[in-house]
Design a protein around this ligand. Sequence first.
Ligand code: GLN
Length: 485
Amino acid sequence: MHNKSVAELSRELESGKISSVELTREFLDRIKAEDKQYNSFIAVTEDQAMADAKAADEQRAAGNASVWTGVPFAHKDIFCTKGVATTAGSKMLANFVPPYDSTVTANFRAAGAVCLGKTNMDEFAMGSSNESSFFGPVTNPWGLSAGEKRVPGGSSGGSAAAIAARLVPAATATDTGGSIRQPAALCGITGLKPTYGRVSRYGIIAFASSLDQGGTMARTAEDNALMLNVMAGFDPKDSTSVDRAVPDYTATLNEPLKGLRVGLPKEYFSDQLSPAMEQQIRNAVKEYEKLGATVKEVSLPHAKLAIAAYYVIAPAEASANLSRFDGVRYGYRCENPQDLNDLYTRTRAEGFGDEVKRRILVGTYALSAGYFDAYYLKAQKVRRLIQQDFINAFKEVDVLMSPVSPSPAFVQGANTNDPVTMYLEDIFTIAVNLAGVPAMSVPAGFVDGLPVGLQIIGNYFDEARLLNAAHQFQQVTDWHQKLPQ
Ligand code: GLN
């Protein structure tokens, strides 16, 4: 059963061939037996999962089941779960038990899905390798058979590794600068970052509020559509959530791609990309041509400024968001504070890891009175130019295609002492967040036995088209079905 997709598992449950209690047991046993080598879960909520599975079986028996009723999945540990610790991968929140559910968590609960636990992540979603988690690094299932411990990407690396290892068929994730697409690519699974505002951020621990977006991860595009059906929608509790009708994302998966206009941004096929990676991406684009798409080169002239702008804007917002962790209200508190200043400084010095501190320092500096105009304001202007690039490109084409990451999964530790190289991991993903458009990562081949992801970028609120394009590709390729040994 653990090799089946969400859609298939849902049908098995519906036919009565298996119960949710049996299915949930099978996945929990797999996590117990296998996750020591990956460390993809921070917490496994076994008792709650078994109770939810039993309730789901009763719902099905009573005839009021949704597609998701009784289907196991997991949440990235950045989504607040009522009564279950939510850590954001940080010592600062290791003891934090939210008194409420995020909107996304509540939606999955209402749909009857069975959450097995909380997946590992880079601390406060800052990273591209899942090495900055307080709960230890996550190991990519790919590469292990060659005796190599490779990163799963980040920050949603726990979700991606767990899905690739068949510990769970689907998991939630978040993407601020690439954290859904890059780990999906490095682990050989399918992920979607929706349009900013499509999925409520209420109850997602904030990193950079104008960029953060919750999204989906699973092996197939169809399963991503099933997830987005549950997650998307207006939420009065999130002031940036958009009040706009939610289509059934599964309804258009089988539309033919004849006439789809594909643009290849020339800036994303640069010397940053290894020739072997480029070959895989070009092969994938050829498949789309066979499916009836037309392809042309386009330009995103300001894309090269995206990393620089992001590493001003994201740290600036992070420094403000993370100021709430002061040892007073919730989370970690240092022992025996001498006075208020000692409480603040030692709590934050002891509770935050190095990467988080680096971001707070950069962000505070960029926002300080003397430098605000030179850095933050300038970065916001660049952001507007980047957004305009996408608006212009989508006047000519329906989707953009590019690589997700410049290289496949790297060996753990390879970039830990070089933050700038680490930041460049997101060179092809970050502009999308600055513009707020949706994008996917779809398995599209291998280099040196490691998965490669194709990025498909869409216009605002064009998630259905992206899912359709990914689904059609998955009808004629089987990269998404490959199993790590
Ligand atoms: N790797 C990027 C960063 O470290 C993006 C992370 C994310 O999308 N959450 O900020």
